[in-house]
Structures are given as structure tokens and as C-alpha cells.
Write a protein that binds this ligand. Structure first.
Ligand code: ADP
Ligand code: MG
Length: 238
């Protein structure tokens, strides 16, 4: 069973057709990267997978279940955005456990979950700080911790590193990749950065104007681009 299957997804905003029939799938444990220029529909696609937007047509299936009618909180997904959206008045620990408190998870379980998540992300020393006392990279780690602690079937990332400087971006790229190897969850990661796509993905979907131009592993994208757009955008000679 695939972790995620998307069939014939279409979406319009007013007169603009933003998604023109998207088909994609992710096998369990895959790291899928959606890459393409700004405005090509990446966030819209991710938001539809998360349930934050409704498709006009088509189907989203997570772990064998059609979820079109399922509200976001019942989809067993966790999302990490570009803006960290941490609660400024809460400590790191509270930021990570807040969701669990809302779901009435018992305190010992919450503490165990925070401890293992903090260890995995190496933020144990930061648990009692406030977001304002953290660097950009540390904040992004806490945002990932908040997603991780939920142990979802599917992680969705929307340009999580684009607010960071270049050096940190490279470091965090490696960290997310290692995290993926360690926990083995299925991840769908949106970026406009070709190098990020090439270095992180098991498979890449190259998007342009609401369509997937090519869906393949990085080697194939690089050595056999499906068309001129893919060749130019991914930086290989046509
Ligand atoms: P990307 O994430 O690839 O930059 P988006 O999915 O955010 O692209 O946007 C795709 C297109 O849809 C853009 O032209 C954007 O302006 C438009 N769009 C996105 N969300 C909305 C919305 N809620 N209402 C109207 N237009 C939207
Ligand atoms: Mg976007």
C-alpha cells in the first residue's frame, strides 16, 4: 500500500487554473520533493494533501484511505512551514507538548515523547527557553520537533529552510535527511531550490504552471530530463 496517492487533482482560484490534473504517489518511507518556480502550485498541492484546501476534482489517499472528506486534524499528518509559527510566550517544551495537551495525552507520555524528540533533534539544552532566545536554525528544529512528536504517517514540509542563511540551510538539509533515515517516515517536501531537491529526494516531482513535468529519481531527472523546462530548471544541459 502506498503512503500517499494523488489522482487527477485539479484546483482553480477564480479564473486561474492552479493545478491542472496532478497524479503522484509516495511509497512508505519515501522522501518526495516537489520542486518548481514560485507560483507553480506547490503550496496549493501540499495544502490539499493536508486538507487545508479542497480540490475541485480528484482524490487524495493517505495509507489506503481516501481523505477528501477528512478534516486536517484527522489525517495523521504533520506540517512544517517556512515561518516557524512557534508560540512566543511558551517555552520550547510547551511548544512541543501543546498539541499533545490539547489531545489529552497523559503527562508521563508527554514527557517521554518530548525527551525522545529533543534527543533526536539535539535540542535538549533548549527546552526551557522561549522562542525569542533561539537562533533561526534552533527555531526551525523546534518546529520540526512539534511535528515529530506527533509521530504522523506523513510529514509535509513547505519550504522549511527558505528563511535561513545559506550555510545553515545546507546544515539543516543534512539534518532533515538524517532524521528521515532514522525515523523512516514518509515525507513530502516543497522547495524552489534545485540543489535541495537533488540532494534530499528519493523521487522528485518537477512542477511548472500547475502540472508535473516529470516525476522520477534524481539521477533520471538529471541525466534524462523529460523536456526542455526540466532540463533548464534543474540545471542540466538540454
Ligand atoms: P507555489 O507554492 O509554487 O509558489 P502556490 O500554490 O502558492 O505556488 O500558488 C499557485 C498560484 O495560485 C499562484 O498564482 C497564487 O497566486 C495562486 N493562489 C494560491 N493561493 C490562492 C488563493 N487562496 N486565492 C487565490 N489565488 C491563490
Ligand atoms: Mg509556496
Amino acid at each position: 500500500m502506498s503512503a500517499l496517492v494523488i489522482r487527477g487533482l485539479r484546483k482553480r482560484f477564480g479564473g486561474q487554473e492552479v493545478l491542472k490534473g496532478i497524479d503522484l504517489q509516495a511509497e512508505s518511507g519515501e522522501f518526495i520533493v516537489l520542486v518548481g518556480p514560485s507560483g507553480c502550485g506547490k503550496s496549493t498541492l501540499l495544502n490539499i494533501i493536508a486538507g487545508l484546501e479542497q480540490p475541485d476534482l480528484g482524490q487524495v489517499e493517505i495509507a489506503g484511505r481516501v481523505v477528501n472528506q477528512v478534516p486536517p486534524k484527522d489525517r495523521d499528518i504533520a506540517m512544517v512551514f517556512q515561518s516557524y509559527a512557534l508560540y512566543p510566550t511558551m517555552t520550547v517544551r510547551q511548544n512541543i507538548t501543546f498539541g499533545m495537551e490539547c489531545r489529552n495525552v497523559a503527562k508521563p507520555q508527554r514527557e517521554a515523547a518530548v525527551a525522545s524528540t529533543a534527543r533526536l533533534l539535539q535540542i535538549e539544552a533548549l527546552l526551557d527557553r522561549k522562542p525569542s532566545q533561539l537562533s533561526g536554525g534552533q527555531r526551525q528544529r523546534v518546529a520540526m520537533g512539534r511535528a515529530l512528536v506527533r509521530d504522523p504517517l506523513l510529514f509535509l514540509f513547505d519550504e522549511p529552510l527558505s528563511n535561513l542563511d545559506a550555510k545553515l540551510r545546507v546544515e539543516m538539509r543534512m539534518e532533515i535527511k538524517q532524521l528521515h533515515r532514522r525515523i523512516g517516515s514518509t515525507m513530502v517536501y516543497v522547495t524552489h531550490d534545485q540543489i535541495e531537491a537533488m540532494t534530499m529526494a528519493t523521487r522528485i516531482a518537477v512542477m511548472h504552471q500547475g502540472e508535473v513535468q516529470q516525476f522520477a529519481d534524481p539521477d533520471t531527472i538529471y541525466s534524462r530530463p523529460a523536456n526542455l523546462f526540466v532540463a533548464r530548471f534543474m540545471g542540466a544541459p538540454p
